[in-house]
Design a protein around this ligand. Structure first.
Ligand code: COA
Length: 258
């Protein structure tokens, strides 16, 4: 491994995509490492949240590595896309919470990577865009599906069909990013958010994420039934009883993650 830098802060890991000479583009090597990393944290309970960011001030992630792409066959592009989609789905369905800390340009696959995360925080220099149609392709890493679910079909078409890039303020105004960080404080704001999430019961956080994400694909009645299923999971957890005891004893809860 070597395309990411990693830093541990208690229950939170910060992963910095470190390929500045390609503006942190997603090469095959970057993708393979990201997939392995996601599998590692999702397989355990130790890392409660991951903050994903990019090295340098210019880019969060400039999308697929277009230099590498130029020499790829159709079959190789298909295989790459399959790997990207699998990895973003793994982020989506992980019990770990992923926060994209968008430090600069997030274009094409860069915005799709941010969309697969649970939450997005933007620095003033952030710029987002699904620019694929400008290159003769469409967003194929889930962008045509995740963006409209997040911001609605009209706004998603405005962005995807024009391929235009938007700044942090506009991204915040349309709900594409959840928080704006002041200059120089992106990691601080992202970390505060991650730590606040990590203070909460692991089973409950994972169940709430699942209920929201899976419910979005269903009609309201089916989605409400699904919520009840996820409530059953927390109802039977030891941590629910610990939450009640800690409340009664006026102390912080000590979660067991079961
Ligand atoms: N894949 C591979 N290399 C990339 C890249 C990508 N997606 N994006 C940028 N780079 C490379 C450039 O080719 C350049 O390499 P060079 O020094 O060998 O010429 C280097 O990164 C710096 O790029 P530059 O455009 O000069 O940097 P910048 O800081 O002015 O702008 C971006 C950064 C990300 C805004 C700009 O590079 C850009 O718009 N990239 C295209 C992103 C895109 O369209 N992605 C969608 C893919 S579907």
């Amino acid at each position: 491994m070597g395309t990411f830098r990693e830093e541990r802060r208690g229950p939170v890991e910060i992963w910095t995509l470190d390929a500045e000479d390609t503006r942190n583009a997603i090469s095959r090597a970057v993708l393979a490492e990201l997939e392995a990393r996601v599998a590692r944290v999702s397989g355990g309970q130790e890392v409660r949240a991951v903050i994903l960011t990019g090295a340098g001030k210019k880019a969060f992630c400039a999308g697929a590595d277009l230099k590498e792409r130029a020499s790829m066959s159709e079959a190789e592009v298909r295989a790459f896309l399959g790997g990207l989609r699998r990895t973003l789905w793994a982020i989506n369905t992980s019990g770990t919470i992923f926060i994209a800390a968008i430090n600069g340009s997030a274009l094409g696959g860069g915005t799709e990577l941010a969309l697969a995360c649970d939450l997005r925080v933007a620095a003033p220099a952030a710029e987002l865009g699904l620019t694929e149609v400008r290159l003769g392709i469409i967003p194929g890493g889930g962008g045509t599906q995740r963006l409209p679910r997040l911001i609605g079909p009209g706004r998603a078409k405005d962005l995807i069909l024009t391929g235009r890039r938007i700044n942090a303020a506009e991204a915040f105004a349309i709900g594409l990013v959840q928080r704006l960080a002041p200059e120089g404080r992106l990691l601080e704001v992202s970390l505060a958010m991650a730590e606040q999430i990590a203070e909460n019961a692991p089973v409950a956080v994972a169940a709430a994420k699942r209920a929201i994400d899976r419910g979005l694909a269903l009609d309201l009645e089916a989605a409400l039934a699904l919520e009840l299923e996820d409530y059953e999971t927390v109802l039977r957890s030891e941590d629910r009883l610990e939450g009640l005891r800690a409340f009664a004893e006026k102390r912080p809860p000590v979660w067991k993650g079961r």
